[in-house]
Ligand binder design. Structure first.
Ligand SMILES: [Fe+2]
Length: 282
């Protein structure tokens, strides 16, 4: 652990011990977690076929249902996502905070079913999905809600005679991510988007022919202080925490700050976030 990490963790522990003070505490606990930031990004590449000009992708991540995030809140989010009229919807892991303590019922499936995207809905496992014996029930829930799992494999997204490759990795902490396996159907000219729950996998992904990596997991740190930044991020989100990174000449990484919270029910200078990506051929 380097000095900066040590200082941030010490400060984070102090804040946790004494709680955020007065109005700040109220804001971080009651106000900011219910806000929503919609981050719009243009992705431009000569690899993107012309047929995908203006193609719109919405990514949401880390809802952590059951930990200060309810089905009613998810239903509101679903309406907001549908109002963006995405062509494709992506979920990058951690649907439920603790699958073994969650009160599962069909209303969750019904809400996820309401998400609408003509080119499909795709998801990958996060550590909280595999954790708490959640692997099977998360699979059944997403299947019933018309989401396709990407777990070291890919789907080809078609428009007219053109296509691009959408690949997804298994979770890095409690699964077995395999990038080459996920790209086995790739052709040399494919524009390729890869979903990986943990952003720090980008340092491995950059050695493969991937254009865009979309991740979550970090929650952007959840609590960020002016001049200091995030106080704490989980393993595999220590290097890449929030926003856009040019990892190599080819690979760009986008890290989503997530929707819900985990460990502590606070957000500060780190609003829940939706990403809207619009594709543009050069
Ligand atoms: Fe998460």
């Amino acid at each position: 652990m380097n000095r900066r990490t040590f200082l941030k963790r010490s400060l984070g522990s102090l804040l946790t011990l004494f709680g955020l003070s007065g109005g700040t505490y109220f804001y971080a606990r009651e106000i900011e977690p219910s806000l929503l930031k919609i981050t719009e990004e243009s992705i431009t590449s000569p690899q993107i076929p012309n047929a995908f000009n203006q193609f719109k992708i919405v990514q949401f991540s880390d809802t952590h249902l059951g930990f200060h995030y309810s089905l009613e809140q998810l239903e509101t989010l679903v309406t907001k996502i549908n109002n963006l009229e995405p062509d494709l919807i992506l979920f990058t892991g951690d649907l439920v905070d603790e699958p073994n303590n969650y009160h599962w019922d069909d209303s969750l499936i019904r809400i996820l079913q309401q998400l609408e995207a003509p080119e499909g809905k795709f998801w990958i496992y996060g550590n909280h999905d595999h954790g708490g014996y959640g692997t099977d029930i998360l699979y059944e829930t997403f299947e019933a809600a018309d989401f396709t799992l990407l777990q070291n494999n890919a789907s080809r997204i078609h428009r007219e005679d053109a296509s691009f490759l959408l690949a997804g990795l298994d979770d890095a902490m409690l699964g077995n991510p395999d990038v080459s396996q996920s790209l086995r159907d790739q052709t040399a000219s494919d524009f390729t988007i890869l979903l990986a729950h943990e952003p720090d996998l980008a340092d491995m992904v950059k050695d493969y022919p991937v254009d865009i990596q979309l991740s979550g997991h970090s929650h952007g740190g959840q609590v960020r202080l002016p001049f200091i930044g995030d106080l704490y991020t989980p393993a595999y989100a220590e290097k890449y925490v929030q926003g856009k990174y040019s990892v190599s000449d080819r690979l760009t990484l986008y890290v989503n700050s997530g929707i819900g919270t985990t460990r502590l029910p606070y957000r500060f200078f780190c609003k829940p976030e939706l990403h809207v990506f619009t594709l543009h051929p050069n």
